[in-house]
Design a protein around this ligand. Structure first.
Ligand code: PRX
Length: 655
């Protein structure tokens, strides 16, 4: 099969930066020139400028045993020192590091001096519990300041954290604890979600119980934060209350320097098949690119900006753009514990108004759900502090992009659509605000210092105007260093496909437009083949969302006797439309609409109007399950869905 992905939808709107924005922006076109002149020298310069090294590095990149990279490998640093102490030493101890907002409305503002002291105490507690260099610590916490403090304390003592999203089950937690051989688990009695306390400690107890013969228990202690008022079962000797141990510990803790390639964390990500992959990231290169991208992509002015990334620390976005990037840069940020609609649908906008948030970073799935409710909700709040908006996690459809800019960004904020992955560790593709003219729906250009291409199955460049496979052609500082305990799987998954060229294959389809801007077309596993044309799910979804009735859409290819595959669409209609129109009529209208917008080849065979779409806990649509419904099969494994009931509702609606 050819890897050429046919492209049918055209987007011509462009928004150059305002003069006012460009004049104050931290980036400049000259960054691209410097990076192009000497890539490695550019990264060395960034690293020296943005980080404090105890032992300065003399080597930049060691790529002598690909695909295993080493960056800055004779340098030594402490990651937590870089995120905390040095800001206090520079006289910024009184700056707020975290404005934390709990779901019930409680809040705390924590300065860099306070966070530094807390992390030093936690580091002492960890060492008392036997945690040191190279040990693994599982973190299973809600979005509370202790979550950020835990990550940094683990880093401070040279241990490795594995954050497990609080929405994962006991079984998922158990698999992750066992794979990493964690010695300690840090958890809470619970956390607030949708107005009630969802329990966490019972899942830890369950994950650690019932060991079979020969099944080793690596966990020695469980450190428990009291957040809700949940009763917890207590195992004497194993369990330790945070509020007993941390305040009693010393606030003196010297940050020891560790080698640049010291592992910093493992983060599990699901593959298409088999068990989750423990993506391994290390220290100096990771922190360099996290800080660099955070500074330039978000145009960070740490003295004046208030930054808010809505991601949970359970995802890579919460690692790089809540904990490490912003704190390394000395930013002031907001973190929020709960769901966007608790206790009312305007909660996020209320938080932006309250803290005068200036930079806001979220996911397309959230934006589309706000579109579904309607603009009257955000319009009740004062969002005038916002000056930059970001998007991550999925392609953002042009219409959602425009809505985001108009309704949230008052029709003037630049939007950066950032493409990257758990594996890449930090942003790889994005506009630079103040430099790039932004284009709705396109992630646009590799960051200075990053080399990306779009190639066909044989690894040949497709060139502008064509679609193919997204590859990264040169090693980058925050690249994954492997899969925990499985170097073979690392090579096979990411490097085997373009072994001859030495390219990293990201698993995404992409297209270069005539300007050379990148358009992400979704995972290649999701691409459809209709009558011999490879069509992108993302493009047809964008066309559906461009219809005024649609809030959200997912498209799959279902096998079809005549065309090989047929386009099947699942569409959520905006609330204001549903009441006034009949569903059958709307479905027919949407079929014709896609036909007009893209062409007859893309016209869906079936359009199903549904109330919800199946999503993973990080908000990605699980098209595999929709394909099962579209092909009339029994629905496959739904255990990784955020809401497992959704599929039976959709199946019933479709029938
Ligand atoms: O398919 C791409 C999509 O999300 C994948 C990575 O997912 P994950 O490791 O969970 O990391 C999400 C946060 C970085 C990618 O392979 N993706 C991510 N960002 C974008 C995107 N697709 C299109 N546009 C984006 N901006």
């Amino acid at each position: 099969m050819s890897s050429q992905i046919d492209h049918l939808l055209d987007e011509t709107r462009k928004f150059p930066p305002s003069e006012e924005f460009a004049a104050q922006s931290v980036s400049s076109p000259e960054l691209y020139e410097r990076a192009a002149a000497d890539r490695e020298a550019f990264w060395a310069e960034q690293s020296r400028e943005l980080l404090s090294w105890n032992t300065p590095f003399t080597r930049v990149l060691d790529w002598s045993t690909p695909p295993f990279a080493k960056w800055f490998d004779d340098g030594e640093l402490n990651v937590a020192y870089n995120c905390l102490d040095r800001h206090v030493e520079a006289g910024n101890g009184d700056r707020v590091a975290l404005h934390w907002e709990g779901e019930p409305g409680d809040s705390r503002s924590i300065t860099y001096a306070e966070l530094t002291e807390e992390v030093k105490r936690v580091a002492n507690v960890l060492e008392d519990l036997g945690i040191g260099h190279g040990d693994r610590v599982a973190i299973y916490l809600p979005m509370i300041p202790e979550a950020v403090a835990s990550m940094l304390a683990v880093a401070r003592v040279g241990a490795i954290h594995s954050v497990v999203f609080g929405g994962f089950s006991a079984d998922s937690l158990r698999a992750r604890i066992d794979d990493a051989g964690a010695k300690l688990v840090i958890t809470a009695d619970g956390g607030y979600r949708k107005g009630r306390v969802s329990a966490l400690k019972p899942a830890v107890d369950q994950a650690l119980s019932d060991r079979g013969d020969g099944e080793q228990q690596t966990v020695e202690h469980v450190l428990v934060v009291k957040r809700g008022e949940n009763e917890v079962d207590w195992q004497e000797g194993r369990d330790v209350w945070w509020h007993d141990a941390v305040p009693a510990a010393s606030a003196d803790h010297e940050a020891q320097a560790f080698p640049s390639e010291n592992p910093l964390f493992i983060l599990y990500t699901s593959g298409t098949t088999g068990k989750p992959k423990g993506i391994l990231h290390t220290s100096g290169g990771y922190l360099t690119q996290a800080a660099y991208s955070h500074k330039y992509v978000f145009d960070l002015h740490p003295e004046t900006d208030v930054y808010w990334c809505t991601a949970d620390i359970g995802w890579i976005t919460g690692h790089s753009y809540v904990t490490y990037g912003p704190l390394a840069n000395g930013a002031t940020q907001v973190i929020y514990e709960g769901t966007p609609d608790s206790p009312h649908p305007g909660r996020w906008w209320e938080i932006i108004e309250k803290y005068r948030v200036s930079i806001f970073y979220t996911a397309p799935t959230a934006i589309r759900s706000f579109m579904k409710i309607g603009r009257s909700v955000p319009q009740k709040f004062d969002l005038s502090s916002l000056r930059l908006l970001g998007s991550v996690g999925e392609p953002i459809n042009p219409e959602a992009w425009i809505w985001y800019r108009d309704v949230i960004g008052a029709g003037k904020t630049p939007i950066v659509d950032t493409w990257w992955q758990t594996e890449t560790g930090a942003i790889m593709v994005s506009a630079l605000p103040g430099v790039t003219a932004t284009k709705p729906g396109s992630a646009q250009v590799p960051l200075p210092g990053i080399s990306i291409d779009v190639v066909d199955e044989s690894g040949t460049e497709v060139g502008n105007g064509n679609g193919g496979l997204l590859v990264i052609t040169e090693p980058w500082p925050s690249m994954l260093r492997g899969i925990w305990g499985d170097p073979e799987r690392y090579k096979e998954t990411y490097w085997e496909k373009f072994e001859n060229q030495g390219y990293y294959f990201a698993g995404d389809g992409a297209r270069l437009d005539d300007d050379g801007d990148l358009w992400l077309l979704g995972r290649v596993d999701d691409v459809m083949n209709v009558s011999g044309h490879r069509l992108s799910t993302a493009e047809i979804e964008s066309s559906l969302v461009a219809h005024e009735a649609t809030a959200e859409a997912a498209v799959v290819g279902a096998s079809d006797e005549t065309t090989g595959q047929a386009v099947v669409a699942f569409v959520i209609i905006k609330e204001s439309y549903l009441s006034a129109h009949d569903p059958a009529g709307l479905a027919q209208q949407l079929r014709l609409w896609v036909g007009e917008q893209i062409g007859a080849i893309a016209r869906p065979r079936d359009v199903y109007i549904v109330g919800e779409l199946p999503k993973t806990r990080s908000g990605k649509i699980m098209r595999r399950l929709l394909r099962d419904v579209a092909e009339g099969r029994e629905v496959g494994d739904t255990t990784t869905l955020a809401d497992t009931a959704v599929m039976s509702i959709i199946s019933a609606q479709v029938k």
